[in-house]
Design a protein around this ligand. Structure first.
Ligand code: C5P
Length: 211
């Protein structure tokens, strides 16, 4: 299964609800992070949960184990189904997030490699592969890997086996849904849907790549 995940990085509650209303029928889940939560407050999670879709908290958590756990507990209490954590902090920090997620009946995804050009400066290649391997050992539910680099997704898939891969970078960052959909478990699409003239139509078009 390849899900369609909307990265809802709008800045206000009103915009978020409007876009969610238009696109929800074509989505499998919604990912929100700092742009929306800092603009609209954490309570936006409860409001979006009413659309009946799983909500992913993209806070790219990157702290010591105790702080990671405290953040994760807030996230799941707020109504999220999954959390995204950074992996470069190491296995103790990642395990803490994974355990907090699983204790709450949720999921935890580990950023192995990011999708923007600057990601190549520090966290790609061997380091990304090490993070992917560590995510498996820490019992994470999957990794985040760049749709902008299908060859890297293929490599990371070899490492993580049947764990899930959620991939951002489709559309605005140049990644192609057609090229990547059959290699991953979730297509994360933001601006190409929420900034489209007709977000419902854009979501419908991306949803055709679900399989
Ligand atoms: O607008 P766009 O489709 O580029 O949005 C991509 C989303 O995925 C953003 O929310 C961004 O923060 C997130 N993301 C990413 N690369 C990662 C992890 C998350 O682009 N490796």
């Amino acid at each position: 299964m390849t899900d369609l995940i909307l990265a809802l990085d709008v800045l206000t509650r009103e915009e978020a609800i409007e876009i969610a209303e238009k696109t929800a029928p074509c989505l499998d889940s919604i990912k929100i992070g700092y742009p929306l939560v800092l603009g609209a407050g954490l309570s936006i999670a409860g409001e979006l949960a009413e659309f009946g879709l799983p909500l992913i908290a993209d806070f790219k958590v990157a702290d010591i184990p105790n702080t990671n756990r405290l953040i994760a507990e807030h996230v799941f209490e707020a109504g999220f189904s999954a959390i995204i954590t950074q992996g470069f902090t190491g296995s103790d920090s990642v395990t803490s997030c994974v355990e907090a997620a699983h204790d709450a009946g949720g999921e935890c995804y580990v950023v192995a490699e990011m999708s923007h050009p600057g990601a190549l400066e520090f966290l790609s290649g061997e380091n990304a592969e090490k993070i992917a391997g560590m995510a498996v050992k820490c019992n994470a539910d999957g990794i985040i890997a760049p749709a902008t680099r299908p060859d890297r997704v293929r490599k990371l898939r070899e490492i993580i086996g049947s764990k899930k891969i959620l991939s951002p970078g489709i559309g605005a960052q140049g990644g192609s849904a057609k090229d990547i959909a059959n290699m991953i478990d979730g297509m994360i699409v933001g601006r190409s849907i929420y900034q489209a003239e007709d977000p419902a139509k854009a979501a419908r078009e991306y949803s055709e790549f679900r399989r």
